[in-house]
Design a protein around this ligand. Sequence first.
Ligand SMILES: [Zn+2]
Length: 207
Amino acid sequence: MWICSVCGAWLEGSAVTLTPAGATIACPLCGLHEPFVQDPLWWITGSPGSGKSSLVPQLRRALPECVVFEGEAIDFWRFGGETGDYAPLYDQWLKVGHQIALGRRPLVFVATALPAQLDACASRGYFSTIHFLGLVCRAAEQEHRLRARPAWRSSGDAATIASACEFTRRLEALAREHPDTLTLHDTTATTPAGSAEIIARWVRRGQ
Ligand SMILES: [Zn+2]
């Protein structure tokens, strides 16, 4: 969120415009164009049971120079909307991510989303490259993890397990089709600490 320095208008991420000279933020009310510095973003995606939550504390230790933010800190159920597609949630994630990135520390955002879902957001322009890494694991292991969760989390029913495993297969297919846009990390036989070390190297390669 920016405020136009000339007319005071609120400027959203959709006001970021790419020009041959670089990114600018353009005020739709007064026409002001100002240079805008886009930040890179590292995004770790994966469905329930893929290992996101157990990874996060280990990743913070492995990447002390970064901010590691877990997207579930923002209540997803407030953003389902009438269509239930969570598009407003994805945009909110990018808005929050932008505010964190303004602190000039690399941001590693951990939340379930597909690259195309972020690319469709009005706030996508806040960022330059989004480096995507998908957490995957074998179906039997993912099912085992979900069934082991406390009953109140309602993770062990057949529909939830099928949906989570289907998302994992979808990430694998996306990585096969677009290896340049999505890197995979398999957590089936790796400890969270071991995964964090591998993923920390992936983040630093992109800096
Ligand atoms: Zn203005």
